[in-house]
Write a protein that binds this ligand. Structure first.
Ligand code: SF4
Length: 346
């Protein structure tokens, strides 16, 4: 039986050396060669399995590249490469990865939600997105964000194992401090992430929570998850996120004009987040197909951010990138797949 090498850490692969009739030293060499150079010597090619995930679409938009890979069952996963210049002038290149094809969470501002959940991705299919970005596209990836298709806590063990592989020194070598996991904020999922983040080597893993509302009334119109788990539960889960010298929790706020940007909303958000170590990330809404809402105007974004800062929140707005290629936040979701399934009523 062949072994799914992209889903294993070096140590886990070494444990398979006997089964693969190779010495641990050779196994380590092959594992590192695959991750660093993207190649495997011919003698072991039949013994290990690399998921077949050819890139079937590339949609560049400026510096941003959205690409789709076809999975063995025929569905596609989508990822986005986003280069950004940091404060020091250095270019950081984030890879936004998917953890599922589609998503079951039904957030109304999100293109992926219209697909429903179609498939859980295995660890090697998640790492396979990094592999394609690095070795097919030749991009040096410095950051990973689990903000593509899917709710990571709905496929949590595959996501955590992918993080173990992505942080490996002899492999992708992406520090945990440069990996963010973005969730709709289900308590159980945050608890599991917190448990993982207490393991040595993962203490700097970054939690991102998709809040998007000043109160339950607004949040449940946007995010069905809020009916089962209202904001008080979310607050309790965020309070239990391990503190210490960790990076603040990133609170994402998709700003939708006429829905969650009224005067007073940012102040209510600040009140809700009081006592938590957080940074607020305001994401101007990117209209999805057939959207009932427009993107906010510049002055609406500025006004919301100003009120949030005034209320004491460290606030940043996310630069809108990739809107033309439907590669921006909340816009992933293959249109062909979507046509196969009736769109949910809004
Ligand atoms: S925003 Fe995230 S959790 Fe919500 S539907 Fe979209 S992919 Fe799923």
């Amino acid at each position: 039986m062949s072994v799914g090498i992209l889903g294993l850490t070096e140590k886990q692969f070494l444990a398979e050396a006997d089964n693969l009739s190779m010495t641990p030293a050779a196994a380590g060499r092959h594992w590192r060669q695959l991750f660093r150079q993207g190649t495997l010597p011919p003698e072991i090619q039949g013994k290990v399995k690399i998921p077949s995930m050819p890139i079937v679409r590339r949609e560049p938009d400026g510096d941003t590249l959205k690409f789709a890979q076809q999975l063995e069952g025929g569905l596609e996963t989508e990822s986005v490469i986003l280069p950004q210049r940091g404060r020091t002038g250095r270019i950081r290149t984030s890879l936004c990865v998917s953890s599922q094809v589609g998503c079951a969470m039904g957030c109304r501002f999100c293109e992926t939600a219209t697909l429903g959940r179609r498939q859980q991705l295995t660890t090697d299919e998640i790492v396979g997105q990094w592999f394609a970005a690095r070795h097919s596209e030749g991009r040096s990836i410095t950051n990973i964000v689990f903000m593509g298709m899917g709710e990571p806590t709905d496929n949590i063990e595959s996501v955590l194992q992918a993080i173990r592989v992505l942080t490996e020194h002899g492999g992708p070598a992406i520090p945990a401090s440069r990996i963010s996991v973005s969730t709709v904020g289900r308590s159980q999922g945050i608890e599991r992430l917190a448990e993982f983040a207490n393991e040595p080597g993962f203490r700097q893993l970054r939690l991102a929570v998709s809040l998007n509302a000043p109160d339950d009334a607004v949040r449940q119109t946007l995010m069905p998850v809020n009916r089962a788990e209202p904001m008080a539960d979310l607050h309790a889960a965020m309070s239990a996120w391990p503190a210490g010298n960790r990076l603040p929790i990133l609170v994402e706020y998709v700003l939708i004009p006429g829905v969650n940007n009224a005067p007073g909303h940012a102040t209510a958000v600040a009140k809700f987040l009081q006592g938590l170590s957080v940074n607020l990330n305001v994401i101007p809404y990117n209209p999805i197909r057939d959207s009932p809402w427009l993107a906010p105007t510049e002055s609406e974004v500025v006004a919301f951010c100003a009120e949030a800062r005034e209320a004491g929140l460290r606030t940043k707005r996310r630069r809108t990138m990739g809107r033309d290629a439907m590669a921006a936040c909340g816009q992933l979701g293959n249109p062909a797949l979507k046509r196969e399934r009736p769109t949910r009523s809004k």
